[in-house]
Design a protein around this ligand. Structure first.
Ligand SMILES: *[C@@H]1O[C@H](CO)[C@@H](O)[C@H](O)[C@H]1NC(C)=O
Ligand SMILES: *[C@@H]1O[C@H](CO)[C@@H](O)[C@H](O)[C@H]1NC(C)=O
Length: 461
């Protein structure tokens, strides 16, 4: 993904939990969410699991009373004079998933609402799949496997991103690594991705308060000195007007979550390509790759109704131990299997999947820096899966770039006719957070029917 911005954190008035300690005002009860493990031939078994809200959205208050440690986008200077003291003084509390955050589940379906107005106003959310014992995050190795889910984006307009993806978070939320982190996966700690985000309030058991700058546009977010990096496989970043799937990899992170500072985070346009991680990724967006009639309202893949999205992770020798060599995409809608679109870009061969050859040809054709192959390309993405990756589902708007990199023209200082600039039909003003939050507050996305299994086992049966 591109600029993956900002989570909102709430200043709640209410009641109980743990900081990176744990508070007790509101019991933490994860919404139930089931998914299926399939076997060759297509028989599937249901896994009864749950989802957990990321820690950044939670009420953070004093371990001694209900004083907020963080309100709006600023920290309490008494409770949080420095990173260590703050982690000891502050507790993360349980979440009212539906009432405060607009997160609901039913069977194998998860609905994320965009704006939820209760005592506070919440914008978007990010959840992780827990394992069936509800103790840690579920981890996945998709080498030589297929990952399938249904998505309903009919209520998800321009400027929003309903995302389903994998990151190399620690399964325990980083508890074992950091003795100050008493909250762990149960409270949604330990997030990381290839943008090496700085908006996390805690990283590795320390607060991120030193050097914190409140956002100038987002009343609920800011950025601290440190970022948190790791590999990321975006299976789905989309709204009804555009979709992309995008592997991103990092170097120097030993495959796992890594705290960064300075150049390693790849901050500022000047150092975007000097950081540990590949922020651009190698994206397959059908519109950007030259088929403007493939996905959207009324198009071949019709986003006015539910879509089944199949993603296959093929390896060099058709075995789990092989090297990741190709990421294939198939859609199913109304019982019909729809093959992915083919690239139609001057100077590029025809591709319908992500391979290293596709990435190299695309970066050359578009004149983009090839930071994906510089950091190991698909083989590195496969190594990340071999170590286990965590499933993330989120809904967000974009304070950095209005999601234009997904559904409009980007960057705006280049002609839309320059290859690679046009990515979707959305207007260049459509993704302004103020606009989407006021005009599309009731937007939502539904993810359901997650299935994982050997190639060919999860659809068409
Ligand atoms: C892997 O499977 C594909 C599809 O069945 C086949 O075309 C290919 O030859 C196989 N590759 C190897 C190395 O066995
Ligand atoms: C697949 O390839 C990997 C890496 O080259 C190798 O270690 C493994 O033994 C191979 N597996 C099979 C079943 O051929």
């Amino acid at each position: 993904m591109f600029p993956k911005a900002s989570l909102l954190s709430l200043a709640l008035l209410a009641i109980g939990a743990l900081g990176q300690q744990v508070g007790t005002q509101q019991a933490e009860s994860h919404p139930k969410f089931s998914w299926s493990k399939c076997a060759a031939g297509g028989s599937c078994t249901t896994q009864q699991a749950s989802v957990v809200l990321d820690s950044n959205w939670r009420w953070l208050h004093s371990t001694k009373d209900l004083t907020n440690c963080y309100t709006g986008n600023t920290w309490d200077s008494t409770l949080c004079p420095d990173d260590t003291t703050c982690a000891q003084n502050c507790a993360l509390d349980g979440a009212d998933y539906s009432g405060t955050y607009g997160i609901t589940t039913s069977g194998n379906a998860l609905t994320l609402k965009f704006v939820t107005q209760s005592q506070q106003k919440n914008i978007g959310s990010r959840v992780y799949l827990m394992d069936t014992s509800d103790a840690k995050y579920q981890t996945f190795n998709l080498l030589n496997q297929e990952f399938t889910f249904d998505v309903d984006m009919s209520n998800l307009p321009c400027g929003l991103n309903g995302a389903l993806y994998f990151v190399s978070m620690d399964a325990d939320g980083g508890m074992a690594k950091s003795t100050n982190n008493k909250a762990g996966a149960k409270y949604g700690t330990g997030y990381c991705d290839t943008q090496c985000p700085h908006d996390l309030k805690f990283i590795n058991g320390q607060a991120n308060v030193e050097g914190w700058q409140p956002s100038s546009t987002d009343p609920n977010a800011g950025s601290g000195t440190f970022g948190t990096c790791c590999n990321e496989m975006d299976i789905w970043e989309a709204n009804m007007n555009g979709a992309a799937f995008t592997p991103h990899v990092c170097r120097g992170t030993s495959g796992g979550q890594t705290k960064c500072s300075g150049t390693d985070c790849g901050d500022s346009p000047d150092h975007r390509y000097d950081g540990l991680c590949d922020k651009d990724g190698c994206d397959f967006n059908s519109f950007r790759m030259g088929d403007t009639s493939f996905l959207g309202p009324g198009k071949t893949v019709n986003t006015n109704s539910k879509i089944t999205v199949v993603t296959q992770f093929l390896t060099s020798n058709n075995s789990t131990s092989g090297t990741l060599s190709e990421i294939r995409r198939v859609y199913v809608q109304n019982g019909q299997v729809i093959q992915n679109s083919k690239t139609n870009i001057a100077g590029m061969d025809s591709f319908d999947s992500v391979t290293d050859a596709f990435c190299n040809a695309q970066k050359t054709a578009f004149g983009d820096t090839n930071s994906f192959e510089d950091r190991g390309g698909l083989a590195a993405m496969g190594q990340a899966f071999a170590k286990g990756m965590v499933l993330v589902m989120s809904l967000w708007d974009d304070h950095e770039a209005g999601m234009l990199w997904l559904d409009s023209n980007y960057p705006l200082d280049k002609s839309p006719s320059t290859p690679g600039v046009a990515r979707g039909t959305c207007d260049s003003a459509s993704g302004d957070p103020q606009t989407v939050e006021s005009q599309h507050a009731s937007a939502s996305v539904v993810f359901s029917n997650v299935k994982v299994g050997p190639i060919g086992s999860t659809f068409g049966h």
